[in-house]
Ligand binder design. Structure first.
Ligand code: ADP
Ligand code: MG
Length: 314
């Protein structure tokens, strides 16, 4: 049944710019991505994961605004916002991909699986928020926010502006792995580990949700290696990972072995919270037995899989 492929859809890749971030705009972006993914489902076994950086930030901010401005409105904890994004984004992917299959007259099942991922309660990431979520702010806006939202931490995000950051612990175990594996092997097209999974900690054999956002690239690499996938495709807003990103001597990376990529990673070419976790996830996946990891944008998923574009690490 072809290759075993995990495709990770970037949350930021679903939002083209500030003027196109409504739910309808995001569905449009998902439809474009879905037509590419449907194409690779024809001959391969495919599982889809997705990020939630912008979306989880919007939900959290909406909750804060409602809490401050309306009587009797409760706050929504971050972990619950994570779960909300699995449902809302999963629904859109499930519908768009299902429609592609219906269009092609293919008999394929698509299903979204609510996924919890265990993290370490002592993960140092809880003390050092580093995962950017929600909107981008100018330096002036960021300064205003610092003065009014005292509990927010902000960070510059890859030359694109300032963003709120939250804790992002490492994923350890996928709670629903057996269910995922069973459906995957039975040829269901699965959407799982959305938003990096819902972070939970284990306490005396019971799980409890924690307020954090797991990086979806790391969660996707973990899931891909647990499923013994051949290829991990990371779909994001750029066609390639680059050296000297956004500088005059920027250089896009094409085919590259993991040793060389590891060296570039150490040299600090990839920004924390955006490209760095993708490169780390790709190398991690290869180290655990994966054959290749591809980084490209939604429009080039098919081309990249066929080795015509994108960054391909082997
Ligand atoms: P996603 O939602 O897909 O995870 P991110 O915004 O987290 O997207 O990460 C992708 C972004 O990383 C790119 O859009 C780009 O702005 C940024 N980036 C940082 N460093 C690099 C680099 N060296 N090469 C390419 N892109 C980079
Ligand atoms: Mg990201």
């Amino acid at each position: 049944m072809g290759r075993k492929i995990v495709v990770a859809i970037g949350g930021n890749s679903l939002i083209k710019d500030r003027e196109h971030q409504t739910v309808e705009d995001q569905y449009g972006a998902i439809c474009e991505t879905a037509s590419q993914i449907a194409e690779i489902c024809r001959d391969n076994r495919v599982l889809i994961t997705h990020g939630n950086g912008p979306q989880v930030g919007f939900i959290l901010q909406r909750s804060d605004i409602a809490f401050q401005s309306a009587a009797h409105m409760h706050r929504v904890p971050l972990v619950s916002c994570d779960a909300d994004t699995q449902g809302a984004i999963g629904y859109q992917i499930q519908q768009a991909l299902g429609n592609e299959f219906r269009k092609g007259g293919w008999d394929k099942n698509v299903v979204t699986l609510v996924t919890q991922i265990e993290v370490d309660r002592d993960d140092p990431a809880f003390e050092k928020p580093a995962k950017p979520i929600g909107s981008f702010y100018t330096p002036e806006e960021a300064e205003m926010i610092r003065q009014t939202n005292l509990d927010w931490q902000l960070m510059e995000d890859a030359g694109r502006g300032f963003r709120r950051v939250v804790a992002s612990p490492l994923p350890k175990e996928i709670v629903e792995l057996e269910a995922i594996r069973t459906l995957y092997e039975r040829d269901f097209v699965l959407i799982a580990a959305g938003g990096g999974g819902i972070p939970v900690v284990s306490e005396g054999g019971q799980f409890r949700g924690v307020d954090a956002v797991i990086d979806k690239d790391r969660a996707s690499a973990l899931l891909a290696s647990r499923l013994e996938a051949d290829v991990l495709i990371i779909s994001t807003a750029v066609t390639h990972a680059a050296l000297n990103y956004k500088k005059e001597n920027e250089e896009r990376l094409g085919r590259i072995d993991r040793g060389t990529m590891g060296k570039y990673l150490e040299e600090g070419h990839f920004a924390a919270g955006s490209m760095k976790p993708k490169i780390e996830a790709a190398l991690d996946f290869l180290e655990r037995g994966g054959k290749e990891a591809i980084i490209t944008d939604p429009a080039h998923i098919v081309d990249a899989l066929e080795d015509r574009t994108g960054t391909r690490i082997y």
